[in-house]
Design a protein around this ligand. Structure first.
Ligand code: FAD
Length: 325
């Protein structure tokens, strides 16, 4: 294993933030292996995203901006990424721990007969061997797993962990990829964006979540959204709120939802059940707003605000606006 390949997830010219983090994570590993960083950007709009990748530390940026590929599931991406890894002769493939990232990574791992490490928060490189550090069991234990295959490995990085500052020396060489020519078994009939304009909770640096205590769907689109918008964050939810149909499952944080690690997690009207806690316990700062000061979340919140969320959340939003001037 010598080089690192970052899969830059993008759609119609808009890249996921974790895609750039993948380039930086790849760089961290490649420089310790003495290899190069190769970024792969695929699909309609890839050329525009490749220009943005230039501000990140990739040696080569492989681009396939071909609308014809959009009609297929992820098979062509897998062909391209696995093909590049084989061409390089030995590489670790790094992707964001997102739905698409997981799908691409697992298939690439199968193609390369490589191990896959998910939810990676750090890499340890020694004597040409790469090991991945990942929290398991909701953060109760931390594992360090090396790849058995000496040539190939696949790592899914946790969003918001690897810094992606654009001032890094980049200016990678753009390399145009040829479109795969083989016939694919599955095609996409309809592509529906549920909330295209919204920042996903797993990537947001601030998450404002609501629970059963908010009593209905309105609070999610009004007071919580206002606070999240004022902080440049995303709206999350407990399973109770999702099960009640107040907000879609894509916003759910917890064991059967998303795992988030924002700089700030605000939980309003959420009791802090273990299944919720495992999805947000690694947040840098946790603020809980609850009518009851004796709920489980009080035990692990950095700041417990006891009171009515309907009074406190709008007050916080006003405070943020006032502070911004
Ligand atoms: P509650 O526990 O009912 O808490 C509501 C809180 O709101 C209370 O603490 C109350 O004091 C407070 N409150 C009421 N009114 C106000 C007000 N006006 N202002 C402020 N506070 C107020 N849960 C998840 O969240 N995510 C998961 O992924 C998840 N996965 C699960 C998987 C399994 C297998 C199982 C069994 C459960 C899972 N759960 C999950 C459910 C979990 O156990 C809890 O039931 C759920 O998290 C409770 O949601 P809640 O905190 O919103 O509701």
């Amino acid at each position: 294993m010598q080089h690192a390949i970052a899969f830059v997830e993008q759609k119609n010219g808009t890249a996921r933030r974790v895609a750039f983090e993948a380039v930086h994570a790849a760089k961290l590993v490649a420089e310790q292996l003495g290899g190069e960083v190769h970024a792969v950007v695929f699909g309609s709009g890839a050329a525009a995203v490749a220009e943005l990748v230039k501000a990140h530390p990739a040696t080569k940026i492989h681009v396939l901006d071909d609308a014809a590929c959009n009609g297929f599931l992820i098979d062509p991406i897998v062909d391209v990424v696995a093909g590049l890894a084989k061409e390089l002769g030995g590489a670790i493939v790094v992707a964001g721990n997102t739905m698409i990232g997981r799908d691409v990574a697992s298939r690439v791992a199968a193609r390369l007969d490589a191990g896959i490490n998910a939810d990676v928060v750090a890499f340890e490189v020694a004597n040409g061997t790469v090991a991945c550090v990942s929290p398991k069991l909701g953060g109760l234990t931390i594992t360090t797993c090396a790849f058995k295959n000496a040539d190939f490995g696949v790592a899914l990085i946790r969003p918001n962990v690897f810094a992606a500052k654009t001032d890094a020396a980049g200016n990678g060489e753009i390399v145009a990829l040829a479109a795969p020519t083989r016939a694919y078994a599955m095609t996409i009939e309809a592509d529906v964006d549920e909330a295209a304009a919204e920042l996903g909770v797993e990537e947001a640096s601030v998450v404002v979540s609501g629970g059963r205590g908010l009593g209905g769907p309105e609070a999610f689109t009004t007071i919580l959204k206002d606070l999240a918008d004022s902080l440049g964050g995303a709206v999350g939810a407990s399973r109770a709120a999702v099960d009640a149909g107040w907000i879609s499952h894509g916003h759910q944080v917890g064991q059967t939802g998303k795992t988030v690690s924002p700089q700030l997690y605000i939980a309003a009207g959420i009791s802090g059940a273990i299944q919720h806690k495992v999805g947000m316990r690694t947040s840098a700062v946790i603020v809980a707003i609850n009518k009851d000061g004796n709920v489980p979340i009080a035990e692990f919140a950095d700041l417990m605000v006891v009171g009515d969320a309907f009074a406190i959340v709008p007050e916080l939003t006003r405070g943020v606006h006032a502070a911004k001037g």
